[in-house]
Design a protein. Structure first.
Length: 122
């Protein structure tokens, strides 16, 4: 089955300026994916079901800094998309409360692409 602009997708946008290790990045993106999925099930259960049945597509992109994450979070929320900002507990690589990753979705791929098409893969 070919994916279209209507198929649900999720995007995980990580801050490049934090220079997180691969393991830290994986865990922070996992936090974002799980939280987005749990939150989306409450308000968009059928969309989550379609997303899961279609392979649960996730893309990891990079943002230059915190300001970029905050701007994108605001735009996504204004568009009615499920979002989460991951704040680290500060036990390992970054100070407590550091925002590391923005998760958006699951949502129609078209809606997500409209916000993040200028970002590069992580």
């Amino acid at each position: 089955m070919a994916l279209t602009a209507e198929h649900p997708s999720m995007v995980l946008i990580a801050r490049k300026d934090l220079k997180m290790s691969a393991g830290k990045l994986a865990v922070q993106c996992s936090h974002a994916a799980v939280t987005c999925t749990v939150n989306a099930r409450k308000s968009h259960a059928r969309l989550v079901e379609r997303w899961m049945n279609g392979g649960a597509r996730k893309i990891c992109l990079r943002a230059d800094d915190l300001g970029t994450l905050q701007r994108l979070a605001g735009q996504a929320q204004s568009a009615g998309l499920v979002t989460t900002l991951v704040k680290d507990a500060g036990h390992t690589e970054v100070p407590p409360g550091t925002i590391t990753v923005l998760g958006i979705g699951p949502a129609p791929r078209r809606a997500i692409d409209a916000l993040v098409s200028d970002l590069k893969p992580y």
